[in-house]
Design a protein around this ligand. Structure first.
Ligand SMILES: [Zn+2]
Length: 601
């Protein structure tokens, strides 16, 4: 796959009116200068999904999704960017000729990825053939058969086997013409001494059943190897390391096969390992995901949220299983996913349950799955004596802390009334606890950071830099790279200033947006809806200077501290003094400017 040139993307954007494109999926209603509909990405009763014909963007005020015409097609059809581009190109009758990128760095990255994909595809085929044909794989075949995995399933998932050897895979890959560096980069082999790049390498996967891990479009990007002999004392699953193809926290096993069912059911059954997922899928329960033996990451939960609104966790009845599931909670709650809990009978996992008692029994458990908070309250109250005020308070606080991670106001309200009723405290009192419950450190929040001054100024500058040619030109004449590098959360403004978009041309802005992350694109789509006042440039200058003030002050402080250093030489002192004078002069000018009233306000 080559890269699609920006010019072509722009041409395709210009040829696909966003109102027509979205209108071909579901009806849009005119509302003033824009169009409205019930949002297809979240449940709602009054329309907050808006399509703006003059900006050629969409945005939902309910759930925050938004972006260019490409983003809409990607999200609605659950396809990746190149596929959305091709689809819209076909719609407008524009032929897509993918070209090799002109930049050498992009070219190299592209080349690396292409070679790694080829190596992974061939390795998957080699592992697969080992499993099917080699004598040494007989025990693995026996194990799979015992677990109800027949030949058809082995083929469907391209399961394989890595021989019990230190160099079989290495030799195979070298024979195929791959370089040592490439094989090392793929993670199929490992350095004997991690600190020395030239040290000997050996096979990472030995004596394991191999599960290829695929991306959205079904290309193999990594492997998970599973031991199967009970007496072996080692990790049950071993995954590929992070590579240019594979970021562990970004991939859900089997998604390329399960996504259709996930969308249809709007509910995901979460199981622990690959074998659980495969057994369920092949038994006809196809809306399943597995976070690869670890807890859900924020990124995985966000991916999941694109497909479903609800998840059912299959808790292993044992304590370890519950711990594992609980570690996923944060990420799931933060993405406003409704969570239910299906308890498995003691000693059973989804895989064994389906095999021993049949699909119906499993489905019944999923159907009867309890709401997570009910489950949680029940379990916690059973452990405690609620007649003791101290214990009751402790429980209420723990509960409030968990609930504080839920963003959706409606969902939160529901949980609060349920929890307070169970604890027999008034909802008001409980809410007071909730507002004092501290958000766990490091967890991102959609509400918290707005209050901070620089963030607000940066956000406003983003709006103006997107909407006003004058402001954009002013910022571009400033030393913006150096200054923004010192201001947290200014990445988006940097991207906006770096881009060569023409603000008056929606196709050009759409092309710029198509290169942003999903989150940044959402932010931009909402920023684009803001009105820009006539005196935008004056206001922007003032904000810009407001941002520079603390930076200059800090520089003066640093220089003054250096001056006080006992080992300073006379020459250094002179330079520093000159610096301080310069900085103070700049500061004076800025303070004067910032305190001047904004003209025309
Ligand atoms: Zn929405």
């Amino acid at each position: 796959m080559g890269t699609i040139p920006s010019q072509l993307i722009e041409q395709i954007a210009a040829a696909n009116d966003i109102v027509e494109v979205i209108g071909s999926y579901f009806p849009l209603k005119r509302a003033g200068a824009s169009f409205k509909a019930l949002c297809p990405f979240h449940q709602e009763k009054t329309p907050s999904f808006t399509v703006n014909p003059s900006r050629q963007t969409f945005h939902c005020f309910g759930c925050g999704v938004g972006g260019s015409v490409f983003r809409f097609v990607m999200d609605y059809e659950h396809i990746d960017f190149p596929s959305a581009v091709r689809k819209l190109a076909a719609r407008a009758g524009i032929p897509v000729v993918e070209e090799r990128s002109v930049s050498g760095e992009d070219d190299r990255q592209h080349e690396t990825r292409r070679a790694l994909l080829k190596l992974h595809a061939e390795a998957a085929a080699w592992f697969h053939e080992n499993l099917l044909k080699r004598d040494f794989a007989a025990p693995a075949r026996g194990y799979l058969k015992e677990r109800g995995i027949d030949r058809k399933i082995v083929d469907n998932w391209q399961l394989g086997f890595a021989p019990e050897s230190w160099d079989a895979c290495l030799k195979w890959a070298l024979d195929r013409g791959y370089q040592r560096g490439q094989i090392l980069q793929s993670g199929l082999v490992k350095l004997r001494d991690e600190t020395r790049a030239e040290s000997e390498v050996y096979d990472r996967f030995r004596g394991r059943i191999m599960f290829p891990i695929c991306n959205d479009v079904g290309e193999v990007i990594a492997f998970s190897g599973r031991v199967f002999e009970k007496e072996i004392e080692t990790a049950k699953y071993l995954n590929s390391p992070e590579t240019p193809l594979f970021r562990k926290g970004n991939v859900l096993f089997g998604l390329h096969k399960t996504k259709r069912s996930l969308i249809e059911a709007s509910c995901a059954i979460v199981c622990e390992g690959q074998l659980d997922l495969i057994t369920l899928f092949e038994a006809g329960i196809t809306n399943v995901v597995a976070p690869q033996g670890t807890a859900f990451t924020e990124q995985q939960a966000r991916i999941l949220k694109r497909f479903v609104s609800e998840v059912v966790l299959c808790f292993d009845a044992d304590a370890a299983g519950q711990k594992a599931a609980e570690r996923s909670l944060d990420a799931l709650l933060q993405n406003d996913l409704v969570i239910r809990v299906a308890e498995m009978p003691a000693g059973e996992d989804p895989d064994s349950l389906v095999r021993d008692r049949g699909r119906e029994e499993f489905e019944k458990r999923v159907h009867d799955a309890q709401d997570f908070f009910d489950y949680w309250i029940e379990r916690e109250t059973a452990k405690r004596n609620l007649n003791s005020l101290g214990e009751k308070m402790q429980l209420a606080r723990a509960l409030a802390e968990t609930i504080s991670r839920v963003h959706d106001p409606f969902m939160r309200g529901q949980i609060i009334s349920k929890s307070s009723a169970r604890l027999r405290v008034s909802a008001k009192e409980f809410e007071r606890l909730l507002s004092s419950a501290k958000r766990p450190a490091g967890s991102p929040s959609r509400e918290a950071p707005i209050a901070e001054e620089p963030r607000r100024e940066i956000a406003m500058l983003c709006i103006f830099a997107l909407r006003s040619v004058q402001v954009r030109d002013f910022l571009l004449t400033q030393n913006w790279r150096a200054i923004l590098a010192q201001i947290p959360d200014s990445d988006l403004l940097i991207r906006i200033l770096e881009s060569d978009q023409r603000l008056e041309d929606p196709a050009s802005v759409n092309t710029f947006m198509s290169k942003l992350s999903r989150q940044d694109e959402q932010v931009v789509s909402s920023l684009l809806l803001h009105k820009v006042p006539n005196n935008a440039e004056t206001i922007a200058r003032k904000w810009w200077h407001g941002l520079m003030l603390p930076i200059l002050r800090r520089k003066v402080e640093q220089a003054e501290n250096k001056m006080r250093h006992p080992d300073i030489t006379a020459g250094e002192e002179i330079i520093l003094q000159k610096q301080i004078v310069d900085l103070r002069k700049q500061l004076d000018e800025l303070s004067e400017f910032s305190s001047a009233p904004c003209a025309g306000r």
